[in-house]
Design a binder for this molecule. Structure first.
Ligand SMILES: [Fe+2]
Ligand SMILES: [Fe+2]
Length: 461
């Protein structure tokens, strides 16, 4: 029996009694540390740390309280003593009586660990968490997508904590709330044992669209830029994060495309000047895939996006969406090409595992395993290791298993120069891509609708 059929027929994992059911807000929390019950208006829960500005000298702390009348929240922080405070701004999370609280921590020594805790009212204090300083040179991060609330989701987070990386990038499809907002609360409560102490940056997936076209995503996370598509430098890497069209209903797809063109052109120029060594592009959707039923590619992204990535020499494409692990050779338009990008699909982040229809020439490694990828950036070298958190027959494992590793060496000066190109305007971009805008929009809407349908029978059956 094929693995996919095993999952459908026996579903020993998907029917495990501890799994929160779709639509339930009272499921047991299995995310790690103690979590308060829902219903307390002055207890901070679902803490997660990120940055909206400089990754070294600022931290955004975000959390939730239940109801709409919580007292003002304050983050007490310092290095050795809680000598500073940051007041939080509160706003309502999308479509539920939950408040999101956001505070910015600044003015600390970025070379030293930082302790913080959250206070609501006089005596309601959270636990104390410690944030590691962000390294100035070599650093490591983890990447996965398609997380959900399963035991494998928990194993992925625990594995990442065990590896001791500096931050985590989740490539979309986070909670699979699909319009049922309390699932977001369950998800953040479960994730807290990782996200309260490890900065977490996210991309938007097609499942984030199902909550008010990204409204839950935007009202519950604190991220750079407009919170949907954004960019930041971390030492010698420029990270550029796209929605990949997940929020097409907001009418900003063309604006985002022009933003990508500009961002990538500037990043390529800065790389040629030696200010950065790598351009990493993150979004939810694969461009090329061998997943059964989705291969060979996402035609909209091939038409619109891939030539922009190739024009400016994106080094690494970090994605999810397809529920497996698949890593490409350097590639372009579905064929290996030395000057192309390496796509890494980390869709085995916990919600489920699907199947492959084959292995294309561009695919360097592929596994039907629950897993995450760890990247170590050191100068002109970027080494990656992929860790499975399960056994080969998809049972939870107590050990991490290395299932793939590869290294990217930064482009040569000549290759960097070749990727320095003028920024194109909208009409040029559309004409050169040969794109019929109405077709692209219609296809993207159809893709998003189809994925929702698939999710209902495939991931929550
Ligand atoms: Fe997914
Ligand atoms: Fe997806």
């Amino acid at each position: 029996m094929k693995r996919r059929d095993l999952l459908k027929a026996g579903a020993p994992l998907l029917l495990a009694p501890w799994l929160p059911g779709c639509g339930s807000s009272s499921s047991p929390i299995n995310g790690g540390g103690p979590n308060p019950p829902l219903g307390s208006n002055n207890i901070a829960r679902g803490l997660h740390v990120s940055w909206t500005s400089d990754p070294h000298t600022t931290r955004a702390v975000t959390w939730f309280t239940d109801g709409l009348n919580a007292p003002e929240g304050v983050v007490e922080f310092g290095q050795g003593a809680f000598s500073k405070t940051a007041r939080a701004a509160a706003s309502q999370a999308y479509d539920i009586d939950v408040l999101t609280h956001r505070a910015q921590l600044t003015g600390y020594d970025p070379e030293q660990p930082l302790q913080y805790r959250v206070r609501h009212g006089g005596d309601s204090l959270s636990a104390t968490y410690t944030l590691k300083p962000m390294p100035r040179g070599a650093f490591r991060f983890a990447h996965f997508g398609d997380h959900g609330t399963s035991e494998f989701s928990r194993l992925v987070r625990e594995g990442i904590l065990r590896r001791g990386v500096d931050f985590v990038l989740i490539a979309g499809d986070l909670s699979y709330a699909n319009g049922d907002q309390p699932i977001w609360d369950t998800w953040f409560n479960q994730v807290e044992h990782m996200s309260a102490s490890l900065p977490m940056l996210c991309t938007a997936g097609n499942h984030e669209e199902k909550d008010g076209n990204g409204a839950a995503f935007k009202t519950r996370l604190s991220q750079p830029g407009n919170g949907r598509y954004y960019a930041y430098d971390l030492n010698n890497v420029r990270f550029i994060v796209s929605t990949g069209g997940a929020f097409i209903a907001d009418g900003t797809l063309l604006a985002e495309l022009l933003w990508l063109e500009t961002e990538l052109a500037q990043a390529a120029l800065r790389r040629a000047r030696g200010e950065i060594d790598f351009i990493a592009f993150a979004q939810h959707f694969t461009i090329w895939t061998d997943e059964e039923g989705r291969s060979p590619n996402n035609p909209t992204l091939v038409l619109l996006e891939e030539n922009i990535l190739l024009r400016y020499g994106v080094d690494l494409l970090l994605v999810g969406h397809d529920h497996e692990y698949q890593r490409s050779h350097a590639m372009a338009f579905g064929q290996p090409r030395e000057t192309g990008y390496v796509q890494v699909c980390g869709g085995g982040g916990g919600v489920g595992i699907r199947s492959f229809s084959g292995q294309s020439a561009w695919s360097a490694s592929q596994h039907l395993r629950y897993s995450f990828i760890e990247y170590a950036v050191k100068g002109r070298s970027l080494k990656a290791q992929t860790w499975a958190v399960d056994t080969p027959d998809l049972q939870p494992a107590s050990q991490l298993t290395l299932i793939d590793e590869f290294e990217l060496i930064a482009r040569s000066p000549q290759a960097r120069n070749e990727a320095v190109m003028p920024i194109r305007d909208a009409s040029t971009l559309m004409a050169q891509n040969g794109a019929n805008w109405r077709y692209v929009e219609a296809h993207t809407r159809l893709r998003n609708a189809k994925h929702l349908h698939q999710a209902i029978w495939h991931e929550h059956a």
